[in-house]
Design a protein around this ligand. Structure first.
Ligand code: R5P
Length: 314
């Protein structure tokens, strides 16, 4: 049975929204997001949504504040247009790295953003690979945190010799995520343990696990400056790894990150399209993009039909 839904796309990732619409065989609703001269955002939903189950697709990626504001205003417009249910589909949930007080008098911005989305009028949230699973609990509305792992596993199985793989977490914080992927491909797990012995001294990278002669796959949620990734790749190769690849859900890739990765010893970096790839990403010699469109499309369809979403990952 086909779900009766409306799909609305913000401006952050139109290509992904189009791919989700194609998967669901539902056209994107007519909607305009415009700017006033002073850059205020103005939104107009140009078709009836009264009583409808509406899904807004918008990553809060660069420029994060503009895309977040666009999402909030879209939610507000749909609520005032009497949509029956509004789901914020946020493939990349920005501000997630600010998920705790990192020091005195600092904010927990991930919680603030969760409050903003809820207060604007969202009834549900659908997202992918939250930086920390517990951010799900920052929302007091139902929130599904989808895992990018099945999409990555499919790609690994299609392209790599599974017999010699070692999955690697680039830091201790990412072990759970990396272990989940390792389990799915029946590969062992190694960990890069970064330590700064004394303030002012550079970090020492210890590899926990035997990587010599192995094809290593680094797994992480975010690549931003590329520092974590490139340093981990260097450390693994120094320990005798045969080659290093990386699978990362969200390609934030700020500043010179793409150039840094292109110049690194990483054989390939595979990203999902949770954040729209820039031209630089598309032409980078060692970066490939795989799509989470069918994963999100399936989750949207199941949500609309009140079917299980978690069973997508069984
Ligand atoms: C950190 O906890 C995240 O999982 C990523 O490892 C981090 O955001 C990557 O940042 P960068 O690419 O700037 O090193």
């Amino acid at each position: 049975m086909k779900a009766a839904i409306k799909l609305v796309a913000g401006n952050s990732n139109r290509a992904l929204a189009d791919a989700i619409a194609a998967y669901l065989e539902v056209p994107l609703a007519k909607c305009q997001v415009r700017r006033f001269a002073d850059m205020e955002i103005f939104v107009e939903i140009q078709e009836n949504v009264r009583g409808q189950d509406v899904f807004i697709i918008q990553s809060t990626s660069f420029p994060a504040n503009d895309h977040l504001m666009e999402l909030l205003i879209l939610i507000d417009a749909l609520r005032r247009a009497s949509a029956r249910r509004i789901t914020a589909v946020v493939p990349y949930f920005g501000y997630a790295r600010q998920d705790r007080k990192a020091g005195p008098r600092t904010p927990i911005s991930a919680k603030l953003v969760a409050n903003l989305i809820t207060e604007a009028g969202a009834d549900r949230v659908l997202t992918v690979d939250l930086h920390a699973g517990q951010i799900q609990g920052f929302f007091d509305i139902p929130t599904d945190n989808l895992f990018g792992a099945p999409v990555m596993v499919r790609d690994v199985k299609e392209r790599m010799d599974l017999s010699n793989l070692m999955v690697v977490s680039p830091d201790v914080g990412g072990v759970v995520r990396a272990r989940a992927l390792a389990k799915r491909i029946d590969a062992p797990l190694a960990i890069v343990d970064k330590r700064r012995e004394r303030a002012g001294e550079s970090e020492v990278m210890n590899i926990i696990g035997e990587v010599e002669g192995r094809t290593c796959i680094l797994v992480d949620d975010i690549v931003d400056s590329g520092g974590t990734l490139c340093n981990a790749a260097d450390a693994l190769l120094k320990e005798g790894a045969k080659e290093v690849h990386a699978y990362i859900t969200h390609g934030v890739l700020s500043g010179g990150a793409v150039a840094r990765i292109a110049a690194s010893k990483l054989k390939t970096l595979v990203l999902t399209d949770s954040i729209q790839p820039t031209e630089a990403v598309k032409v980078a010699r060692n970066i490939r993009v795989i799509s989470v469109a069918s994963l999100l499309g399936e989750a949207i369809g199941r949500t609309a039909l009140e079917e299980s979403v978690s069973s997508l990952f069984d």
